[in-house]
Design a protein around this ligand. Sequence first.
Ligand SMILES: *[C@@H]1O[C@H](CO)[C@@H](O)[C@H](O)[C@H]1NC(C)=O
Ligand SMILES: *[C@@H]1O[C@H](CO)[C@@H](O)[C@H](O)[C@H]1NC(C)=O
Ligand SMILES: *[C@@H]1O[C@H](CO)[C@@H](O)[C@H](O)[C@H]1NC(C)=O
Ligand SMILES: *[C@@H]1O[C@H](CO)[C@@H](O)[C@H](O)[C@H]1NC(C)=O
Ligand SMILES: *[C@@H]1O[C@H](CO)[C@@H](O)[C@H](O)[C@H]1NC(C)=O
Ligand SMILES: *[C@@H]1O[C@H](CO)[C@@H](O)[C@H](O)[C@H]1NC(C)=O
Ligand SMILES: *[C@@H]1O[C@H](CO)[C@@H](O)[C@H](O)[C@H]1NC(C)=O
Ligand SMILES: *[C@@H]1O[C@H](CO)[C@@H](O)[C@H](O)[C@H]1NC(C)=O
Ligand SMILES: *[C@@H]1O[C@H](CO)[C@@H](O)[C@H](O)[C@H]1NC(C)=O
Length: 772
Amino acid sequence: MGLCFWVFEKSWRMLFLIQWLMISSYNVASQRVGGRGWDGVAITEADFQGLQAFKNELIDPKGYLGSWNDSGIGACSGGWIGIKCAKGQVIAIQLPWKGLEGRITAKISQLQALRKLNLHDNGIGGSIPSSLGLLPNIRGVHLFNNRLSGSIPPSLGLCPSLQNLDLSNNHLSGFIPPTLGNSSKLYKINLSHNSLFGSVPNEIAQLSGLAFLAFQYNNLSGSLPFDFGRLSRLRTLDLSHNFINGTLPRSVSNLSSLSTMNLEGNNLVGQLPEDIGKLHNLSVLNLKRNRLDGLIPRSIGSLSNLKELDFSFNNFIGEIPDSLSDLHVLRYFNVSYNHLFGLVPVKLSKKFNSSSFIGNIELCGFSPSTPCLSQVSPPSQLPQEPISNKHRKGRTKLGVKDIILIAAGALLLVMLILICTLLSCLIRKRAAAKEEGPTTTSGRDPPERAEKRAQQAGGQVEVGEEGGKLVHFDGPMVFRADDLLCATAEVMGKSTYGTFYKATMEDGNQVAVKRLREKIAKGHKEFEVEVNLLGRIRHPNLLALRAYYLGPKGEKLLVFDYMPKGSLATFLHARGPNTQVTWTTRMRIMRGITRGLFHLHNNLNIIHGNLSSTNILIDNNNNNARISDYGISRLITSSASVTIAPMGAPGYRAPELAKLKRPNTKTDIYSLGVIMLELLTGKSPGDATNGEDLPRWVASVVKEEWTNEVFDLELMRDASTIGDELLNTLKVALYCVDPLPSIRPEVQLVLQQLEAIRAPDSATSSSEYGED
Ligand SMILES: *[C@@H]1O[C@H](CO)[C@@H](O)[C@H](O)[C@H]1NC(C)=O
Ligand SMILES: *[C@@H]1O[C@H](CO)[C@@H](O)[C@H](O)[C@H]1NC(C)=O
Ligand SMILES: *[C@@H]1O[C@H](CO)[C@@H](O)[C@H](O)[C@H]1NC(C)=O
Ligand SMILES: *[C@@H]1O[C@H](CO)[C@@H](O)[C@H](O)[C@H]1NC(C)=O
Ligand SMILES: *[C@@H]1O[C@H](CO)[C@@H](O)[C@H](O)[C@H]1NC(C)=O
Ligand SMILES: *[C@@H]1O[C@H](CO)[C@@H](O)[C@H](O)[C@H]1NC(C)=O
Ligand SMILES: *[C@@H]1O[C@H](CO)[C@@H](O)[C@H](O)[C@H]1NC(C)=O
Ligand SMILES: *[C@@H]1O[C@H](CO)[C@@H](O)[C@H](O)[C@H]1NC(C)=O
Ligand SMILES: *[C@@H]1O[C@H](CO)[C@@H](O)[C@H](O)[C@H]1NC(C)=O
């Protein structure tokens, strides 16, 4: 427990999680008072017996299962902690961190509708019941961090829907059942930190949808499956700290999505396949502590995304290929304790210190104390001896340290990520009219037409028995209400309108979900009219609303594309020390925001009202800016919007807003101007600019004719070529932040001026600017 609280203190995110939990339990409490369940159906006899048996075989020292009483009343209406049902059948059991002991009953197979079994971080022992294999719908099995022993039941391979299997950090032994290769939907499989032995079954390599394979810290031996070719979606391959021998099969070079390959601490021999250079997405390559030999392939130099390379403690021979100088994003490099010789490429010796190269007796030029005497002269004799044992002694000691580190990391990670709310499985009703409407949203529809409009917008409507309803707008996402509600949710932020989550579904799909505060949202009908208008807005610089969900208890969720790069604020102010944001990128972002705002103001008649660098999101592909949070005020009641509508974020708020009741186009332009200044100066409006707000600070510096002091130092490096562009952009920005609203230009003019400063980059010609 002490550790837990430490983690809590460490992480502000955790605080949000606790609040999320409190919200959920508040909901549960209110349901109990309300009596009727959310799907209004009593639990079936078979499921009731299944749950009773489940409880009977667990030990519950903290009494969490007290709510599971003998009457069965409330089992399916939120009265039983950790249970979610649909149509009287249990679809999820979620009881992580409950101090549970005992074992998992074999009668679990009576819960025929079960989709998710989540019991991680308890003290549950015994073995995994093989009757789990009789559950046709099970998708997620999360049993990590328990005391499970015995072997993994081969019957798990009979679960046709299984997507996510995490049994890590238990006491499991025995073989990895080859039948797992039959669970063709598997997306993530984590068996790490157990005592599994035998080899990695070839059948695993048949799982063409697999993205994460984590078998590290086991006693696996034998050689790797020779045919990795089909794992084309595999992103992480972690087999570190096992006893795997044999060579690295050539087929690894077919793992075209691979981003992390960790094979540290095995007994691999032979040479690296030259084709390894085909793994263009590879970012981490760790082959430390094996017995690999031969030359380091020249093609490694073409792994342009490689950030970490560790080849230490192997038997590599020859020179370090010059091509490795091409690895521009490399930040960790270690080839120590091999049999390398010759001159270290200059770029590498400049970037990395001698501890990356030590233990190679004939390697030179990487530090002043290792000068190259003659010109690269191969050593008289290539080292013939396999390994010098003295370099391998550290193994166990380091292993223990690593275990502790990794376990601590795992604990943190696990605490950060959490459970979800989850309401029901639904009967699906589809309306699949494919017509795409134009994106104008002037008129207002009568409420009864809302659903129809959703369909016109390419929407799919899913209606559940109990009233929960998911409406999809057009877009690439294919998920159902239950996928969404079973997703793992992580809080990303909070605003006056509600809470923002990152939701990760069992199949790895990620979306951003905004849960509107219930009291402030408009009633169902009115809400639907407005949300259907918002859902039809499509513009490359506006974050698209992909779907909405209306829960049976009035909860309202908005589903957006998830942008892993986060907000402009993070992109600009919280980046790593060696990452630059070039002028080209900044200009593209500025123009993107302006275009998005132009579309809002001129085509949609929407005032944003709350523009700031935290609600501009950055697209993964080409650093395209996307405005989020627009139009939300239309979804909340007018009384609430007067009292709680944010009058612009501090630092971005136009001065006249203090008097005005409502934002207008000119207050939006002011915020846009502040964002432009933010991009020009690299300073956050909240930051220390000597207590002044950013526009005033800039104005004062410019007045003193120290204009160049204003710009971000990083931009000044190229001042000779872009100086005029910076100045002209600064002028536009200063217009936008003029204290007098009447002086500020309309967005159309801003756009024209920005485009005159530099030729516009359209989506098609973005390669011209594709510097990152
Ligand atoms: C069982 O629990 C439900 C809900 O938690 C409650 O309404 C009911 O009164 C309880 N019944 C008994 C016999 O304790
Ligand atoms: C599993 O797949 C293999 C082929 O890969 C097949 O021979 C076997 O019958 C399958 N097992 C089951 C139980 O479906
Ligand atoms: C796994 O390997 C470790 C380290 O060699 C050993 O202590 C342990 O007994 C092994 N476990 C099994 C189940 O073989
Ligand atoms: C690899 O390990 C297995 C099991 O430990 C052993 O039977 C086999 O001989 C080893 N192969 C090589 C090439 O060392
Ligand atoms: C890689 O995949 C291609 C096409 O799928 C196949 O022809 C080739 O044999 C594979 N290479 C290896 C080494 O498995
Ligand atoms: C490489 O990674 C990027 C981003 O992580 C992804 O979009 C792309 O599809 C990946 N490429 C392959 C071949 O999987
Ligand atoms: C070499 O660099 C690493 C970090 O890259 C640092 O931890 C280490 O102290 C440095 N060693 C020497 C000898 O400078
Ligand atoms: C490289 O690995 C060796 C051996 O583990 C270690 O001593 C050295 O500190 C490492 N170098 C870096 C830069 O981490
Ligand atoms: C697998 O489980 C371990 C231990 O629980 C954890 O550290 C690791 O991050 C997990 N890996 C994946 C890919 O989920």
